[in-house]
Structure formats: structure tokens, C-alpha cells
Design a protein around this ligand. Structure first.
Ligand code: GRF
Length: 203
């Protein structure tokens, strides 16, 4: 399978995916990494792995629609089977999302449907939650609202900081994202009208 990864930052999830493709665990190849921000570590990681590292700076566009159109063209030139959002910090237009329905995944640092959006770690601490975690889901037009595929959780220790919690959750992300991508690339995972199936079984 041909995979395109979109990111805006450090790309530690990208690194976990690169490692899993290189080991042969994921039956696929990351054909391009696209960032909307220049000079990010994620692009450097792509280059180091010999993957096309492309920049599409959103600052060069007047509207969200114009940016998303250009992004769609750039992605489709790669003829991907799967689009992976890995810390891509942009809200996507509904038309863009629909174009990739069933073949675009995201990872979010919370136990969805809790804490959509930003600052999830601090919000979990402030709410006094005993656990926090991350979720891989199919992307639909509702922000962080698509059908869930896989979650992992960590206990929230008393007195922990948002930074510490983020590090713990990030480790979980590096486990579950490659796993979900492995399933997708093996043809085991689908988005159907009734939800997500793994080996034909409804999750
Ligand atoms: C992760 O916390 C991910 O859940 C969120 O953005 C962050 C990306 O981190 N969507 P990295 O760039 O993969 O290190």
C-alpha cells in the first residue's frame, strides 16, 4: 500500500510508522510526508529515511478551501491508498475529508469521545480523571469525531504534570498507531456505513 503522512511538528508518530514499515510489519511504503509548517523535525525524519519530504505552507493561501485544494492535488499525485494524520494541526474542510473517507486515519491524545480539540492532557488533569490516553480513528468531517478504531490508556498519577502525562500518552500512541496502520494495510480494517470492522467484525 502507498501511504502519505501529514504532519506539522516533531513527527514522533511518523518515526514509529517509519520503523514499522522498515521492519516489514506494515505492508506498505510511506511515499511522501507533507508538512504545512517549514523546518519541522518531522520533515527531517522523512528525509533521513529517504522519503519525499514536502512542504505546503498554509501561509501562502488566502482561504482554508484554497489550501485544502492544493493539498488534495499534492496528495493525489502520490496515488495513496492511505492518508495518515500524525500531528497535523489544521482543521480540514468537509469536502477534503469526504474525498478520503475510509482511507484517512488520525490519532488523538485523549480517550475519545472525551476531550476533542487541544490541551487534552491538562483538561484530563483538571477534571480529576483517573485515566487518560489516546485514540486512533477514521477521519470524518466532525473534528476528532470519526469512528473509533483503537484506544490505549494510562493511569493519571496524583500530582502529575501535563507534560509528564503527554510523554506517557505519546508512548502509547507509538504502539497503537502502527498497529492500526498494520491492520489497514493488511486489508483487515474498513469503515462501513455502520462503523468500523476488523476482519469483518464490528468494533
Ligand atoms: C500527538 O500527540 C498526536 O496525538 C497529536 O499530535 C501529536 C503529534 O506528535 N495529534 P508527533 O509530531 O507525532 O511527535
Amino acid at each position: 500500500k502507498r501511504i502519505v503522512v501529514l504532519l506539522s511538528g516533531s513527527g514522533s508518530n511518523l518515526q514509529a510508522l517509519i520503523d514499522a514499515t522498515q521492519s516489514g510489519r506494515i505492508q506498505g511504503r510511506i511515499v511522501a510526508v507533507i508538512s504545512n509548517k517549514p523546518d519541522v523535525k518531522g520533515l527531517e525524519r522523512a528525509q533521513d529515511a529517504g522519503i519525499a519530504a514536502l512542504l505546503l505552507d498554509h501561509k501562502g493561501f488566502d482561504s482554508r478551501e484554497a489550501f485544502d485544494d492544493a493539498l488534495q492535488q499534492l496528495i493525489d499525485r502520490q496515488a495513496p491508498d492511505l492518508i495518515i494524520l500524525a500531528g497535523f494541526m489544521r482543521i480540514l474542510t468537509a469536502g477534503f475529508v469526504r474525498h478520503y473517507l475510509g482511507r484517512m486515519l488520525n490519532i488523538h491524545p485523549s480517550l475519545l469521545p472525551k476531550y476533542k480539540g487541544l490541551h487534552t492532557h491538562q483538561r484530563a488533569i483538571d477534571a480529576g480523571d483517573s485515566e487518560h490516553g489516546c485514540t486512533v480513528h477514521f477521519v470524518t468531517p466532525e473534528l476528532d469525531g470519526g469512528p473509533l478504531i483503537l484506544q490505549a490508556s494510562v493511569p493519571v498519577e496524583a500530582g502529575t504534570s501535563a507534560d509528564q502525562l503527554q510523554q506517557q500518552v505519546l508512548k502509547c500512541e507509538h504502539h497503537i498507531y502502527p498497529l492500526a496502520v498494520e491492520w489497514f494495510c493488511a486489508g483487515r480494517l474498513s469503515l462501513t456505513t455502520t462503523g468500523v470492522t476488523l476482519d469483518g467484525i464490528q468494533l
